[in-house]
Design a protein around this ligand. Structure first.
Ligand code: ATP
Ligand code: MG
Length: 366
């Protein structure tokens, strides 16, 4: 079967018709981390290498409806950057803009150090790759035939070597001659990732790479993203899986048309949630106020919600320093004759942060 022409090809990949790739980037994994300074790259005030992605006041409207509104952020070289938000938040639209597939309505960006503009599109596309929401492989071609097709489309040199390397990187060498249609979803995802590795990109955009995968297949994709990080590739990861973002990402941006927040997962947790101790006793305290009030580093208390079952009682204590508060709390509980079942520092997840931000916004817009 002849693959369809590029016009009908899978969406999301750099379009065909690019001039042959420019000076080849090293395929040595050790040096992939530091892309040669591209033309247009500048040193930010001499303070270090240019950002891998820099977005400034980016907006995109479709027919008068804003999909992305005044979004600004930057991603450092080698960073794994999570891009989170509910359905319709504008994540894929942002990826498509940064991947030169659609033009922004306003605002500016640099990608792989190159200013985003129609004139620079080809140069940018040589330094990035995109794994779109739908991997878009030709199911009646083998894995290798797919990769050959895309390698030719991109005008890559040393095609067979690159294909071999990409297959090895995703652990698919032994399935190279299998039809893509015969692969499981997870293996197809790996084949799609192999395709994105072909041009040895400096920046990879992965749009929900683990969507629909079972935990084992998702775990494998996580491993591959970890390997990309080790190679120094900048990874722009769009995901709905907050556990995935928490585990993989150096920083995350949470957006809902406009940017809601950005930071390291632990920073966001601290920013949104006060620190607290969770206390469980075998039976409700007769006078919790008397027990908890005035203890060192304890700022307040409330019954936990929902209350624990089985006759036990749960309390949440707002504290300035959990390590300093816990000993005094323990002594006070024992002094009050309580049977202490546990005292732990409450942990908030990135999911808590996400829900707090998104629900807060939705309740305000109602
Ligand atoms: N080509 C288009 N024409 C018209 N509207 C569009 C187009 N592409 C996206 N939109 C709209 O822009 C908004 C953002 O869509 P986008 O695909 O970027 O969201 P997303 O955050 O990727 O969502 P999801 O999590 O569902 O993938 C949505 O309201 C969508 O319907
Ligand atoms: Mg999307």
């Amino acid at each position: 079967m002849r693959p369809p022409g590029p016009g009908q090809g899978p969406a999301g990949q750099p379009p065909a018709g690019q001039p042959p790739a420019g000076p080849e980037r090293s395929s040595d994994p050790g040096t992939a981390a530091s892309p040669a300074p591209p033309s247009g790259a500048d040193e930010a005030g001499g303070r270090g290498p240019a950002a891998a992605v820099e977005v400034s006041h980016l907006s995109k409207s479709f027919g008068g409806r804003a999909a992305v509104e005044d979004v600004s952020f930057s991603v450092a070289p080698g960073e794994v950057f999570g891009f989170l938000g509910p359905n319709g938040a504008g994540k894929t639209t942002t990826v498509r803009i940064l991947g030169t597939l659609i033009a922004p309505t306003s605002g500016s960006a640099t990608v792989a150090g190159i200013p985003l503009s129609p004139a620079n599109g080809a140069e940018i596309r040589q330094r990035i790759s995109i794994m779109p929401e739908a991997p878009g492989l030709y199911l009646r071609l083998t894995v290798t035939e797919n990769l050959r097709f895309f390698a030719r489309l991109y005008g890559l040199p040393r095609r067979e070597v690159r294909i071999g390397e990409a297959l090895a990187a995703v652990g698919l060498s032994d399935r190279a001659d299998d039809l893509c249609g015969s692969l499981s979803k997870g293996l197809r995802q790996r084949a799609a990732l192999a395709r994105t590795l072909l041009n040895d990109p400096a920046v990879m955009f992965l749009d929900e790479p683990t969507s629909g995968l079972d935990p084992v297949a998702a775990h494998e994709v996580h491993g591959l993203i970890g390997a990309l990080r080790d190679r120094g590739v900048t990874v722009f990861l769009t995901t709905h899986r907050l556990d995935e973002a928490e585990r993989l990402c150096d920083r995350v941006a949470i957006m809902n048309t406009s940017l809601r927040t950005i930071g390291r997962p632990d920073e966001l947790r601290q920013m949104l949630f006060s620190r607290s101790l969770a206390v469980t006793t075998a039976a409700p305290l007769a006078s919790p106020d008397q027990v908890f009030t005035g203890l060192p580093a304890v700022q307040g208390w409330r019954p936990a919600d929902p209350a624990g079952g089985g006759g036990t009682a749960d309390y949440v204590l707002a504290v300035s320093d959990p390590a300093r508060a816990a000993p005094g709390v323990t002594r006070a509980l024992v002094g009050a004759g309580a049977d202490v079942l546990s005292i732990t520092e409450s942990r908030h997840t990135l999911e808590d942060v996400y829900l707090e931000l998104i629900e807060d916004q939705e309740s305000r817009s109602r």
